[in-house]
Design a binder for this molecule. Sequence first.
Ligand SMILES: *[C@@H]1O[C@H](CO)[C@@H](O)[C@H](O)[C@H]1NC(C)=O
Ligand SMILES: *[C@@H]1O[C@H](CO)[C@@H](O)[C@H](O)[C@H]1NC(C)=O
Ligand SMILES: *[C@@H]1O[C@H](CO)[C@@H](O)[C@H](O)[C@H]1NC(C)=O
Ligand SMILES: *[C@@H]1O[C@H](CO)[C@@H](O)[C@H](O)[C@H]1NC(C)=O
Length: 835
Amino acid sequence: MRLLGLWSLLSVATLASAHLPPRDHVAHDYYAIHVSSSSSSSASLDELATHLGLTYLGPLGALEDHHVFKAPKHESDIVDDAVQELKRRRLKSRVDSHVLDNVLFTQKQKLKPRHWKRSIIPKRQNIAVHGNAAAVKAQQDIAKTLSIKDPIFNEQWHLFNTKTPGNDVNVTGVWLDGITGKNVTACIVDDGLDMDSQDLKDNFYAEGSYDFNDDDPLPKPRLLDDQHGTRCAGEVAAGRNNACGVGLAYDSRISGVRILSGQISDMDEAAAINYKLQDNDIYSCSWGPPDDGKTMEGPGILIKKAMLTAVQKGRGGKGSIYVFAAGNGANNGDNCNFDGYTNSIYSITVGAIDQNNEHPYYSEACSAQLVVTYSSGGGESIHTTDIGANKCTASHGGTSAAGPIAVGVYALVLSARPELTWRDLQWLTVETAISFDQPSDWKKTPGMGRMFSHQFGYGKLDAYAIVEAAKTWKLVKPQAWFWSPWMHVKQAIPQGDKGLASSFEVTEQMLKDANLERVEHITLTMNAEHERRGDLSVELISPENMTSHLSVTRKGDEEAVGYDDWTFMSVAHWGEKGVGKWTVVVKDTEVNDKTGNFTDWKLRLWGECIDASKAKDLPLPTTHDDDDHDVIDDHPAHTTSVSVPTGTPVSVDPSNLPTRPVNQKPTGTSQADSSATPSPSAAAASATASPENFLPSIFPTFGVSKRTQIWIYGSIGLILVFVAGLGTYFYLARRKRLQSTRDSYEFEILDEADDDEGGARAGMLAGAGGARSGRRAKRGGELYDAFAGESDEDLLSESEDGDGPYRDRDESPYDEKAHLAEGSGSDGESAGKRH
Ligand SMILES: *[C@@H]1O[C@H](CO)[C@@H](O)[C@H](O)[C@H]1NC(C)=O
Ligand SMILES: *[C@@H]1O[C@H](CO)[C@@H](O)[C@H](O)[C@H]1NC(C)=O
Ligand SMILES: *[C@@H]1O[C@H](CO)[C@@H](O)[C@H](O)[C@H]1NC(C)=O
Ligand SMILES: *[C@@H]1O[C@H](CO)[C@@H](O)[C@H](O)[C@H]1NC(C)=O
């Protein structure tokens, strides 16, 4: 009896914990499968498993209707093969309803190279604190008032700087107001968290923690160089006690998710990155793809879905907060817009400044960087908790150390004002970050009237200023977005300083119809072919004349490809209206024999909505979101129909054309508001060789057959004309198609039939750069395969030798571990170290 009761209790507990059994990638393959919600029942999942010879393991983290299956190791992707086979049979004859019909997405899992930790071991000067007497006295008074007895509090200059008063995060006033991070949980996604450390154990939150490397409930650091996460945790939430120093939010809870201490698959990273999304409020991520100045990599589709899920559902729907370290590759010419984690609109990207408010050589710039805060450089570094019962380090650094300081500040903000959404936190950052006197490309943004620089974002975080602002902050309305059609350029990029420009005119009506009031983030997805990727750079000029440097040249990036559906992001247009001409300029400034073409682009404006009651959630991304580049819908009505760019479905009567025919030359900005029915020909791209001097666009008549059009397409002489016309054509066709099928035009999920059609058309257009979808479908695999042949050592060889940017070592009295590691020639702290 008793035993039985225990047994059932145990199995219930197993179910409730919902952790997958440990993975064995040697013996098994793992599949992440998205099924339609109607077939998420265990009976249907079992049926699917049986049909394919899989074993069902369980749900994939917090991703709705995503499940994990395993199969004995096999060379091919047996699930995708089965799905493709079914499609083939479908083409030949009717196949009765089938268990595979409910498979919406499948991905065989691969182990991928580990992310790089973004820490730098800084060169040390002396650690003696030569504070000015008055500042030291003030510091002592604060410590006394707050009963801070932590032995290294006086070394923690980033909290209270006695040497250069003011060069700190200005947090002590927040503490004196009684705001210390209560009731907020920050989760350190890293190489573990020493929950037994005296400095962390009281704030440690086990329920929010998990070890995805060793399948253990507790994120205990196990490898010699697993210090990184603990150091970051100390910056956020080291307790007010007798051990080391204090964290910025010393009464907050801290959890740890361990992913950096071994290879994992996308599926595990997806489960890790929103782990316990109702318990963990902020995810602190001081890692990313290699900062080597030649990598261009972002999160896979499952990870993207996991982040969006957290942003939509986490924190009770207010949205999980993601904080990412900008990256340490500045010395390698790297830029955080080549990192798909830091340039996500869902992450707050944090760069570093040193104790002198100077730019440390490592900290990457980019238009997606929101803010900076203190870290190593200028002879100092961050003093924080280390692994061990009561150990500290005086040499935490790199953007790895800046990110968690921001996390600590955000924990204080949420503690003061828990109802803030993920976007409110970004708004508050933009509004309160402080620009400072350092040479950079500072410019007052037209949107906010605040200073922005690609190197420092909107400036440095000021804890007091942001918490004060948060207390009375009026919450922003929900998010809305406007997406341009694909703008087809398909032209050679001139070499030299000129660049190739293409514009898109956003009308007031378009934004009204998109329910978009003002811009926050912009993203630009683009394609370019090039024989040397590092030669390219991209600028975006807004209607209010703010320039975002979306992409910069990278000396070390030899990759003989251009950009393949890469999405750049900018926060520099925050607060702009968005109406008017947006111009993208692609440059190939290196004059050499490596050339290329600018294929196409698509602009997305994200921001605050006009009418909150009409706001909706963005659907989760799919693998074919950007597969619509070359889709030509040849339904006859579409070539002449004009649609209103609105969310409401419009039935179009071909005889009821607007006052101005679509093939007439557009007259600029005024053409949209001059008529009650705004003309979508504003959608046409104009592409010229100079941004200052746009040729007027001339539109071809669409009376010709599609075949003829395709022929024209290939003709170089007419390419400009055609591109402009095609832009309109696609735009119209798309609008029409979308409006007739759903009540929103901003996105679409292509179904199978669409895919097939698209493929066929792409085939017809192959000579003109069609046939995209097949290539794109493989891209994820190619990314990972790119590393497959290389050993860890090969990948690292760069950072292994000498005093490279990741090798800035030092001697630290506290830093026995790092010391040890250095002695054995395996300095784990340096980015990219594998075992
Ligand atoms: C720093 O905090 C103090 C309160 O402790 C405040 O008076 C001061 O204005 C803050 N600095 C800035 C720049 O907001
Ligand atoms: C702590 O947070 C929870 C959930 O966000 C909330 O229900 C509770 O009221 C908060 N407690 C305090 C003391 O603020
Ligand atoms: C736009 O800004 C650039 C500098 O970024 C400046 O040179 C140019 O004159 C400005 N143009 C207008 C129309 O204000
Ligand atoms: C650019 O386009 C031209 C003309 O279509 C083509 O010959 C060339 O190979 C393209 N360049 C690249 C790098 O793909």
